[in-house]
Each structure stands twice: as C-alpha cells, then as structure tokens.
Design a protein around this ligand. Structure first.
Ligand code: AMP
Ligand code: MN
Ligand code: MN
Length: 338
C-alpha cells in the first residue's frame, strides 16, 4: 500500500475534514469512517461525519456513531478543506449527499476517495483504491499505522474490527488473507471485546430482521437447474411488518448457502418502481459484472444495484440475466440433489 504515504500526507495537511459514506451504510463504511475520524481528531483536527441514510440499529453501538449526521441537511454550514469519501465506489452511491459534495468542491474543498471496490471510479482529487483489501477498514488500519497513530485506542480498534468482520462475512470470503488475520490480531490485542461486538452485530438482531427472513423465505424460488435461488420483499409486506431496508441485510446469504446454489439474488422494493437487488455468488460467477449490466457493481462475490421498474419485471429481468451468465460461464451444478 505504497500510495498510503501520499494519503497520509494529504490528511496531515488538512485541518477541517468531512468524512462521508455510502447509501445504506454498512459496518465497513461506518467503522472505517469512525476509526479514521477519531484518529484525526486525536491529532487535533476538526472532523465531522455524514451519511445519506440512517445508521442501522445494529451499528449504533460503534464508538462515535451518535455523532454521525444523516442526510444533506447535516452537511449544511460545513467548511471542510478536505472531504474524505470512504467505501463508496461511485458518486451516485453518495445518494442525497452527492449534491452537497459537489457544491463543497465547487467552493474549494478538495476530495479524497478511500475505497476497495473493483469498479471504483476515481471521482475525487486524490483516489486511493485497493481492490485487494477485504475491507476499507484494512486500508484505514494501514493508513493509521503510516500516520504513526499506533497503538490504536480500543474505540478505534473496535470500529476497524467491525469494518473487517462485516465485510469478510466473519472471515469466510476469499478476500480474507493471513494479513487480514494479523491485522485483526493486533486489533484484539489493543482491546476489542470480540464477544461483545459479535453479540451486537450478529446476535441481537431486531425482531423485524427475523420477520423479514420469515417473509422472504415464503418467496424463495429456484431455477430448474438449482444453481440460482432468489427471494424478494414487496413494499406491502415490508410496511405491514415494519420491515426497513436495514432489516434486509444478509437475507441474500440464506439463498446462497443452499447446496448447489451458485448465484443468489435478493430483491426489495425501496419505493414504487425502484428495486434494490443484492447479488451473491458462491465460488465462480463474477456478480460484479452481472450487477454492472443493471448499473450496479461491487465485488466479485457480492454486488448490488438499484434498478428502476416494477418489482415483478425487475425480478424477471435479473433472473433471466443471471441464468444467462451462469450458462455463459458453463457453471455445471454437479451437487444438485446430493
Ligand atoms: P449489498 O447487496 O447492498 O450488500 O451490496 C453488496 C456490495 O455491492 C457492496 O460492496 C456494495 O458496496 C456494492 N453495491 C451495492 N449496491 C450498489 C450499487 N447500486 N452500485 C454499486 N455498488 C453497489
Ligand atoms: Mn460498504
Ligand atoms: Mn466495503
């Protein structure tokens, strides 16, 4: 991560920073933002945080989370000399913060992007993109080391641990390397309470999340070949059960974890004629490419897209494209029925 020296230098030059993250912020996004921001504050810098959508309730325990502002109003009056955008592959993923982001740049603020998506667009003045990193949390970890901010505080370590444990699917994805575990070992050494974090993240889910699973499982469908599984939640079901977008996080994994399934899709209706799709593959298919066909992106095994259209139509189109991609890749399902 040689260019991190440059990133460190730019951060050190700035006095007032605004840290931004993506729509429907996740553990990597918020954990990385909070870790970097708190470390910069310790260096005497003025730091603010903003995200376009609310902090999910299971991430509210993150040290500093209460200070993260939500929506474009939150950025009003900010006069940063540097805006740092984390875990956000395109300006569109800034959602409602995109306009204030552009306005602040027009009035002289510089922008820095720190990301790890394969499809990241270098839309800032300084772009630090590490597709090989399992999480932006790993990049921030190295950046803080570069800035001589070690030893980390337990709070900062907790934020980075959360970023890494969530984006690696609890160290299950192939992005997890020995170096990932070494970094995490250091984080635990400085005071991450692993069990407490795990409870908050994975064992204290809001009831609506499990109700969402119940409702989504009712829709579970398979392609005849058994390689593709998908589920969905329509607006009506979500409203009737108090299910919010954040409660759908991870549902797609239930479809992926079925034997023989290579591609899993999950659809939810954000509003009328707008559907959020999560794409996941198990071992072979490049879902980043598949999501790209619909204006989305992400990583090889996990990607997303926001697709305009009626839920039924979007499901039909994406399922058809998924089957075509599986066919094109010649992915043969030898496990079916085993
Ligand atoms: P999700 O299905 O929302 O958990 O997202 C999986 C991965 O795809 C994450 O790394 C996201 O950053 C990325 N992603 C999700 N939605 C989009 C989108 N609309 N455009 C580009 N990347 C996305
Ligand atoms: Mn993210
Ligand atoms: Mn990430």
């Amino acid at each position: 991560m040689e260019s991190l020296k440059l990133a460190a230098r730019e951060l050190e030059k700035a006095n007032e920073l605004l840290l931004l993250g993506h729509m429907m912020p996740d553990g990597d996004c918020l954990g990385s933002m909070l870790a970097l921001g708190q470390a910069l504050r310790a260096k005497g810098k003025k730091v603010e945080w903003a995200v376009p959508d609310p902090v999910p309730s299971n991430l509210a325990f993150l040290p500093g989370a209460a200070e993260v502002k939500v929506g474009p109003q939150a950025v009003k009056g900010a006069k940063p000399d540097l805006i740092v955008v984390l875990d956000t592959s395109t300006p569109e993923r800034l959602g409602d913060l995109r306009r204030p982001f552009d306005e602040l740049r027009r009035s002289g603020a510089k922008a820095m992007l720190i990301d790890h998506h394969v499809t990241a667009i270098p839309f800032a003045d300084h772009n630090f993109i590490f597709p090989e990193a399992a999480a932006v949390g790993e990049v921030v970890f190295e950046l803080l080391r570069e800035m001589s901010l070690f030893p980390l505080t337990p709070d900062i370590a907790t934020c980075l641990y959360t970023a890494i444990v969530t984006d690696t699917g609890c160290f299950q994805y192939e992005t997890t390397l020995a170096s990932t575990h070494r970094r995490v070992a250091e984080l635990i050494e400085v005071g991450v309470k692993v069990r407490e974090v795990s409870l908050r993240l994975f064992e204290e889910k809001p009831r609506e999340q499990i109700v969402a699973l119940r409702e989504a499982l009712k829709t579970l469908r398979f392609s005849p070949c058994g390689r593709l599984a998908w589920m969905w939640l329509d607006r009506e079901t979500m409203v009737a059960n108090g299910i919010l977008g954040e409660h759908t996080n991870g549902l797609v994994n239930y479809a992926r974890q079925i034997r023989g399934v290579e591609l899993a899709l999950f659809f939810w209706e954000v509003k009328k004629d707008l559907v959020k799709v999560s794409f996941r593959s198990k071992c072979h298919l490049d879902v980043n490419r598949l999501a790209g066909l619909f204006g989305g992106g992400g990583h090889i095994r996990a990607a997303g897209a926001l697709i305009p259209g009626r839920l039924e139509d979007v499901v039909a189109r994406v399922v058809a494209a998924g089957l075509e991609a599986l066919g094109r890749e010649g992915i043969y399902n030898s496990d079916r029925g085993a």
